[in-house]
Ligand binder design. Structure first.
Ligand code: ADP
Ligand code: HMS
Length: 557
């Protein structure tokens, strides 16, 4: 048999990337990035210019097709691999990134009738405007003693499907009515590739409160939320739910023409970005925490038992790797905070100096921040620029920096933000480790470990753990390609399970980031300060962040 390949497509927050992978060893033969033409839509709708409210974040479904139109042919051409030898394709996506379709599978925002209604568009994972609905959902679920709540760390996030659906029903009942299916974007893209709609068990489990044995929460629960939602799961959330590692279908002739692949190529069921990354770093058993580090961080961990951990995003059976409980926690902003600083808070002299030296602003700041010792900035920050996903699960929390003086430099502020995100990760690791889901090893993948070595050293020092880094430019995409290879199966030159695929294809770098004892000792003290601030602002002692947010909303009416 000639060498066989698979393609993985990773749909991130700002761009989509395809990677063509050699199935014998996991080598990335070619990759290509397509920035989303419409990016993150968080201020106004395209064309009409209609203004969006606070905490809105939308996307354009055609951007996802653009990735297939551009990046898939590009990796085929760059690799020189014959389309016949690409035996499978898998995708991974941000989630819950939610798309509404009519009975023909057409996104509502593609239609003239709904184009000017913000609710007709894709709600991106970081759309946080359904917080009121999430709060009500949590209160009602707690009151009713719903069994599912502890599996989601005690709170369902406003980032997820049910809160987003309910927001649409409340604010645009006509859009709710016109929707035939609420889908995860990952499932919609798969339906475009195969011509048939199936849901995947990963997003259903983590983002739509679906359980392998129990299914969705009861009709009574949905009725208690809102009588109009009573039938939601059998109507607008209907659809077969297939486990990760299965085949969704085969590439249609139309999509074969569009992508350059062969009609009939095996297509895996959709997956989530962070979840796909886990086997791609070779993690297929317990005790190994994987951090998918980019715009946000997702922390992924496998366990044998179902344990309750405060503020985790969820525990789902087979949710990452078959046979294990898959745990997820996360930070809603990490790279996004650094980007905010670079875009919104850096003085002109820094931008000019970076340009003069021919380096990016991130690099300029990092080089200077690296010259400081831990503690030397005199600053400490809370990393809540986009709310707190774990362990507090509160999107209404905001950022704090303590310790500014007239002498504070931009690079000190940048370093402080890097450290704040490391403290957020430490809080999550400790929550798992101290509550029955032990963490023995830590792995990192995603864009950030490749971009910023100082950040990774800070994470090793703050967590006092060695960090292994994926030897891959596009780890989630490699994971998605592995699932594509499993959809094709061993008989076609792929694999029969993702564990087999990981054994052959996963790669981590030899060099690791190791904690430096003197840094660890100082960070222990700084982390204690972080925890004091964390609990003071995050656990109700002082709700100033929420009062400010309410004032802001009032003032901007
Ligand atoms: N040198 C750098 N140091 C730290 N963060 C960086 C650097 N360069 C870019 N970033 C951040 O990386 C993030 C993008 O991460 P990436 O993994 O590429 O994308 P995604 O989250 O969309 O998958 C952006 O938020 C950006 O601010
Ligand atoms: O929430 C999840 C996965 O559950 C992510 O899709 C979300 O944090 C976005 O990830 P990125 O930072 O864009 O990689």
């Amino acid at each position: 048999m000639s060498a066989k390949y698979a393609i993985g497509v990773d749909y991130g927050t700002q761009s989509g990337r395809a990677v063509l992978v050699d199935l014998s060893n996991g080598h990335e033969i070619a990759d290509h990035v397509t920035p989303y033409p419409h990016g993150v839509i968080d201020e106004q709708l395209p064309v009409s210019g209609i203004k969006l409210g606070h905490d809105w974040a939308l996307q354009h479904p055609d951007d996802y097709l653009e990735v297939l139109r551009r990046s898939v042919p590009a990796v085929l051409a760059a690799s020189g691999v014959a389309a016949e030898d690409v035996i499978g394709l898998g995708i991974d996506f941000t989630a819950c990134t939610m798309l509404l379709v009519d009975a023909s599978g057409t996104p509502l925002c593609f239609k003239d009738e709904w184009r000017d209604n913000p609710h007709g568009w894709v709600k991106l994972w970081k759309h946080h405007a359904a917080q009121d609905e999430a709060d009500r959902l949590n209160a009602i679920a707690a009151e009713r003693g719903e069994k599912f709540l502890p599996r989601y760390g005690g709170k369902i996030s406003s980032e997820w499907m049910i809160a987003k659906v309910w927001q649409i029903l409340n604010e645009a009942p006509e859009v709710y009515e016109a929707t035939d299916l609420f889908t995860e974007a990952t499932d919609w893209v798969i339906s475009q590739l195969t011509g048939a709609f199936v849901r995947n068990s990963c997003t259903a489990g983590y983002k739509s409160i679906w359980h392998k044995q129990e299914g969705y929460p009861s009709r009574d629960f949905f009725k208690a939320l809102d009588p109009r939602l009573e039938d939601l799961t059998s109507t607008k959330l209907r659809g077969d739910i297939k486990p990760l590692g299965t085949k969704a279908g085969e590439l249609t002739a139309e999509m074969a023409t569009l992508t350059g692949l062969v009609a009939g190529t095996a297509i895996a069921v959709g997956n989530v970005d962070a979840h796909a990354a886990v086997p791609a770093v070779g993690v297929v058993d317990e005790g190994k925490l994987v951090m998918a580090m980019g715009t946000s961080i997702c922390h992924m961990l496998l366990g044998k038992e179902e344990v309750e951990v405060e503020g985790m995003c969820g525990v789902v059976e087979d949710g990452i790797i078959e046979g294990y409980m898959g745990y997820e926690a996360g930070q809603s902003a990490v790279g996004d905070i650094f980007e905010w600083f670079v875009e919104e808070a850096v003085p002109a002299y820094v931008k000019e100096a970076a340009e003069k030296e021919g380096v990016g602003v991130h690099q300029w700041l990092t080089e200077r921040a690296a010259q400081y010792k831990p503690g030397e900035t005199g600053l400490v920050a809370l990393d809540w620029w986009n709310g707190n996903r774990s362990v507090l699960v509160d999107t209404n929390l905001t950022g704090v920096v303590v310790g500014y003086t007239l002498l504070t430099k931009p690079e000190e502020m940048y370093r402080t933000l890097l450290e704040a995100t490391a403290f957020g990760t430490r809080t999550i690791i400790d929550a798992f480790h101290n509550n029955g889901v032990p963490v023995h090893e830590v792995y990192a993948c995603g864009g950030l470990p490749q971009k910023n070595a100082l950040l990774m050293q800070i994470y090793a020092d703050v967590t006092n753990r060695e960090i292994k880094v994926a030897d891959s430019k596009q780890t989630p995409a490699v994971g998605a390609a592995m699932f594509g290879a499993v959809a094709a199966g061993a008989a076609k030159g792929g694999y029969d399970s993702v564990v087999d695929a990981a054994k052959a294809m996963a790669r981590v770098r030899e060099e690791t980031f190791k904690p430096i004892p003197e840094n660890v000792a100082v960070y222990e003290r700084l982390y204690a300060e972080y925890r004091t601030l964390h609990d003071y602002f995050g656990r109700g002692a002082n709700d100033v962040m929420k009062r400010l947010k309410a004032l802001k909303e009032e003032a901007s009416k």
